[in-house]
Design a protein around this ligand. Structure first.
Ligand code: 5GP
Length: 208
C-alpha cells in the first residue's frame, strides 16, 4: 500500500524579543534538523563583524529594499530599530510548495503579519529566562550603542505582551533544551489530525 501523499511543508515562525536568543536557537536547530530550510532575510542594517552577505542576511541599501517592497518581493517586512527587515517571498513559497519545512526567524511585528497570511503556520515565542538575563545578553553582544541597548531592552519588555498571539512558548534557559522542545513541537504539529486528513481518508478508503 502506497501512502505517500505530497503535503505542503510546515511554516515554522520563531520569534520573540531581541536578546531572547532566537538566532542561536535557530542555528542549533538547523544543525540538528538538516532538512529544515532557514529563510534568509533582507535587511538595510550594516553587517556585523563576521556576517556574510547571502548567508546571515541579504544586505541591501534602503533604495534596493524599497524597490523589493514595490515589486511585492516580501512575504512580510518591518522596520525594526531604525532598519528594514524582510522575508523574501519566493524562497518560502517555493519550499513550502515542494513539501519542505521552512523556518523564519523574525521579529514580532513580522510574525503577526505572517500569521494573517498563514494561520496554519506554527508560531513559537522564545522567552529569555529573566529580564536581567535579557539585558545582559543585549549588552554582551557589544555591537550596539548604550542608547540602542536601552531602546532594545524597552521594546523587548513591551513585546513580552504578545506571547498570547503565539501557539507555543519556549524559555531559552539552555539552548540545547530549547532546541529539543522545538523539535518536539515540530513532530507534534506534523501529527495533528487537521494536517493529516488526506492520509487517514486514504487509509480508510483502501481498507474497505
Ligand atoms: P538583528 O539586527 O539583531 O540581526 O535583528 C533584529 C531583529 O530583526 C531581530 O528581532 C530579528 O529576529 C528581526 N528580523 C530579522 N529578519 C527579519 C525579517 O525578515 N523580518 C522581520 N520582521 N524581522 C526580522
Amino acid at each position: 500500500m502506497n501512502l505517500s501523499i505530497k503535503k505542503q511543508g510546515l511554516l515554522i515562525v520563531i520569534s520573540g524579543p531581541s536578546g531572547a536568543g532566537k538566532g542561536t536557537i535557530c542555528k542549533a536547530l538547523i544543525e540538528k534538523e538538516k532538512d529544515l530550510k532557514l529563510s534568509i532575510s533582507a535587511t538595510t542594517r550594516q553587517p556585523r563583524a563576521g556576517e556574510v552577505d547571502g548567508k546571515n542576511y541579504f544586505f541591501k541599501s534602503e533604495e534596493e529594499f524599497k524597490r523589493m517592497i514595490e515589486e511585492d518581493a516580501f512575504l512580510e517586512w518591518a522596520k525594526v530599530y531604525d532598519h528594514y527587515y524582510g522575508t523574501p517571498k519566493e524562497f518560502v513559497l517555493k519550499n513550502l510548495e515542494e513539501g519542505n519545512d521552512v523556518v523564519l526567524e523574525i521579529d514580532i511585528q513580522g510574525a503577526l503579519k505572517v500569521k494573517e497570511k498563514f494561520p496554519e503556520g506554527v508560531f513559537i515565542f522564545i522567552l529569555p529566562p529573566s529580564m536581567e538575563e535579557l539585558r545582559n545578553r543585549i549588552k554582551k553582544r557589544g555591537t550596539e550603542s548604550e542608547e540602542e541597548i536601552i531602546k532594545r531592552f524597552k521594546s523587548a519588555y513591551e513585546e513580552l505582551n504578545y506571547v498570547s498571539k503565539y501557539n507555543y512558548v519556549v524559555i531559552n534557559d539552555d539552548v540545547d533544551r530549547a532546541v529539543e522542545k522545538i523539535r518536539a513541537i515540530i513532530i507534534a504539529e506534523k501529527c495533528r489530525v487537521d494536517r493529516n486528513k488526506d492520509l487517514y481518508l486514504k487509509i480508510r478508503e483502501e481498507s474497505v
